[in-house]
Design a protein around this ligand. Structure first.
Ligand code: SF4
Length: 383
């Protein structure tokens, strides 16, 4: 904006410095006009969440001046959530490596030489012990990830996982799984076992997706999300930035999520952790400004969702993470690892909570567990 203003003044001709000059009024109004972030945030506070976004509307929010976007992300966040609460989740890889898929960012694909060894499904004792430790450390949600294309034809393993879900739920934690694509009946079985949420990321825009994954389609991913939603399980779906995509692809991802018939209850925003041996090993690191832009746009377009500051957090300093929380992020993953990549130190996270005045979010087990206050309160906030 500063640049825009100095450019504006330095390129004025004497004839323009007249209040009646058309050039003066059009340039001046473009600099002083409200940003799309401000207009949409106000509209949201007045009318409540919506899912009829056009792609251009989301693009305009995304392109708002960064500090304005950050401010309005914070404004929407404060009206839709308790801004001090941040959920701590722990993600455990219960079946690592040897995956048949070709996701270009993933060290667990058997197609890439990354040093990750294929392992069998973890036993019940090991998984429950990890869940117990996570709970003791303050996590309220335990997520289990398995490196599979899908769960079809894995009846024994799937039944084992149903048992893990039941046990962890009985420990008083929310339970989430990410097991690849699932079918309708499997979603129903997971719901019956007590699953809180199912994670299945769209990763990027529909257009850029074939550059990242060729072994399953965008529509197959959306089908899994539909089965999850129909079974009454909360949907957790987001993406990764830093894959070499354009900004338009980031907007495209958010547009797909924000126009689903019901917004996902949870939207993880990941920054690529480039792993040696994967096709994306040389990608340049994501900058904090890019994360803030994604988080604030996700917050404004899907106000009630838990926006998760996920992979890549380890690269960001506490002040940088503070900006992400301000922009609207309200969940993090704790624990040494995020599947196979490093994560933030537990003690450092506790210190950060203390320093920023954040408090852990308690688990919630109703159908609308992670939904924010009703429309009414959003409307009240507008008045
Ligand atoms: S992201 Fe999941 S599906 Fe893709 S290669 Fe990795 S483990 Fe397999």
């Amino acid at each position: 904006m500063l640049f825009a203003r100095s450019f504006f003044w330095s390129h004025l001709k004497p004839s323009d410095i007249c209040r009646h000059s058309p050039r003066f009024s059009s340039l001046f109004s473009s600099l002083s006009a409200s940003s799309a972030a401000s207009i949409e945030a106000e509209r949201l506070l007045r009318d409540g969440p919506r899912n009829d976004w056009t792609r251009q509307q989301i693009r305009d929010i995304y392109d708002s001046p960064l500090l304005d976007l950050l401010f309005h992300g914070a404004q929407v966040h404060r009206h839709a959530h308790n801004f001090r609460e941040v959920q701590q989740c722990t993600l455990l890889s219960i079946k690592t490596g040897g995956c048949s898929e070709d996701c270009s960012y993933c060290p667990q694909s058997s197609r890439y030489d990354t040093g990750v060894k294929a392992q069998k499904l973890m036993t019940k004792d090991v998984v429950l012990e990890a869940a117990k430790k996570a709970k003791e450390a303050g996590s309220t949600r335990f997520c289990m990830g398995a490196a599979w294309r899908d769960t079809i034809g894995r009846k024994t393993n799937f039944n084992q996982i149903l048992d893990y879900v039941k046990e962890i739920r009985e420990m008083g934690m929310e339970v989430c799984c990410t097991l690849g694509m699932i079918e309708k009946q499997q979603a129903i079985d997971l719901k019956k076992a007590g699953l809180t949420a199912y994670n299945h990321n769209l990763d990027t825009s529909r257009e850029y997706y074939p550059n990242i994954i060729t072994t399953r389609s965008y529509d197959e991913r959306l089908k899994t999300l539909e089965f999850v939603r129909d079974a009454g399980i909360n949907v957790c779906s987001g993406g990764i930035i830093g894959l070499g995509e354009a900004e338009e692809d980031r907007v495209g991802l958010l547009h797909t999520l924000a126009t689903l018939p019901t917004h996902p209850e949870s939207v993880p925003i990941n920054a690529l952790v480039a792993v040696k041996g994967t096709p994306l090993q040389d990608q340049k690191p994501v900058e904090i400004w890019e994360m803030i832009r994604m988080i604030a746009t996700a917050r404004i377009t899907m106000p009630k969702a838990m926006v998760r500051l996920s992979a890549g957090r380890v690269k960001f300093s506490v002040p940088e993470q503070a900006l992400c929380f301000l922009a609207g992020a309200n969940s993090i993953f704790t624990g040494e690892k995020l599947l196979t990549t490093p994560n933030n130190d537990f003690d450092a996270d506790q210190l950060m909570f203390k320093m920023l005045g954040l408090i852990p979010k308690a688990p919630s087990f109703t159908e609308d567990a992670e939904k924010a206050p009703e429309e009414e309160s959003l409307q009240e906030a507008a008045s």
